[in-house]
Design a protein around this ligand. Structure first.
Ligand code: PHE
Length: 341
């Protein structure tokens, strides 16, 4: 019995002190000190001893138990310390290492220009509106005084979404004129930027998707002079005080009279150069007084109210502003190009 206890102590303490991890240590604890453990088994044999031997054996057994427990406690502390040390080593942070800079993007050049234009118009009391790119022909054409059979409605130019030509991808932002007049109280001062779609082949100046900015004012006593004055002031704010504009007569079904506005070429000052294709002027937008038929179609009393509207191409403004020569660069989103702005 004595020998068994002493052997057990030796084997157990050795095993415990070299346990490689917490799990193994717990297994050893159960193996030696558990209810069905080795020590318990030995203690059960105490009954078979001579009575005078028992106290000494009991004492030895208690001693062995205490030593095994101490060994477990000691190893547990060692293992905890080792774990902590390993963790600290794995998590060392070298504060002298250079940091990783996160690549921060920035606004697309076209949206930089759009924001500038919005700011200018908001400063003049305009409200920014947003509308659907999938539009009814009714709004894209009919209510804009563009009847069936008008060449602008050709299938060859327009992305129709239904066989009966009733739904399409809007070809212009002008349907926003109608949507504003039908829903907003008068007077109206609105700016509606957005995507438009036409069946154009992609080249340096064309894309089947591009952006327009529609603007419209409806109020009492609004005249063509307001249109000219406002758009001239906007161009001066956008391109500088020395910017020169001119208005040429034009035709749109939904404005009367209609005009196009040109800005004098910044490169040659109007003499003619490659940038303006020898014209001296660059076309910027279409505009006009909102046609009385369009106003009346929206329930507006033309004996009291009148208005003007314009539509300009955003890509063209951005290209001019940043001297970008090819429209495709704006949509390809090559970071080497975008990073320049
Ligand atoms: N929607 C016309 C276009 O796309 C531009 C325009 C807008 C003209 C408003 C007059 C008034 O060409």
């Amino acid at each position: 019995m004595k020998k068994s206890l002493q052997d057990l102590r030796e084997v157990a303490v050795n095993a415990i002190l070299s346990a490689p991890g917490a799990e193994e240590l717990e297994a050893l604890r159960i193996q030696y000190l558990g209810k069905k453990g080795a020590l318990t088994k030995l203690l059960k044999m105490m009954g078979k001893l001579d009575p005078e031997e028992r106290p000494a054996m009991g004492q030895l057994a208690n001693q062995v138990r205490a030593e095994v427990e101490n060994a477990i406690e000691k190893r547990r502390n060692e293992l905890n310390e080792m774990m902590l040390k390993m963790r600290l080593e794995a998590e060392t942070l070298d504060v002298t290492m250079p940091g990783k800079t996160a690549a921060v993007g920035h606004e697309h050049p076209m949206y930089i220009v759009l924001d500038e234009i919005k700011d200018i118009f908001i400063g003049m009391g305009f409200e920014i509106l947003d509308g659907p790119e999938i539009e009814q022909s009714e709004y894209n054409f009919t209510k804009l005084n563009t009847d069936e059979g008008h060449p602008a409605r050709e299938w060859s130019d327009t992305f129709y979404l239904t066989e009966d030509s009733s739904i399409l991808l809007r070809t212009q932002t002008s349907p926003m004129q109608i949507r504003a007049m039908e829903t907003k109280p008068l007077p109206i001062r609105m700016l509606a930027p957005g995507r438009v779609y036409r069946k154009d082949e992609v080249d340096a100046t064309h894309s089947p998707m591009f952006h327009q900015i529609e603007g419209m004012v409806i109020d009492k006593g609004v005249t063509m002079a307001d249109l000219k004055g406002t758009l001239d002031a906007v161009m001066k704010k956008l391109y500088g005080e020395d910017t020169v504009t001119r208005f040429r007569p034009h035709h749109f079904p939904f404005t009367e009279p209609s005009c196009e506005m040109d800005v004098q070429c910044h490169k040659c000052g109007g003499k003619g150069c490659p940038t303006c294709k020898g014209e001296g002027w660059i076309e910027i937008l279409g505009a006009g007084m909102v046609h009385p038929k369009v106003l009346e179609g929206c329930g507006i009393d033309t004996s009291v109210y009148s208005g003007w509207a314009f539509g300009m191409g955003l890509e063209r403004l951005a290209m001019r502003r940043f001297k970008i020569s090819d429209l495709r660069l704006i949509f390809e989103n090559d970071v080497r190009f975008l990073e320049q702005f």
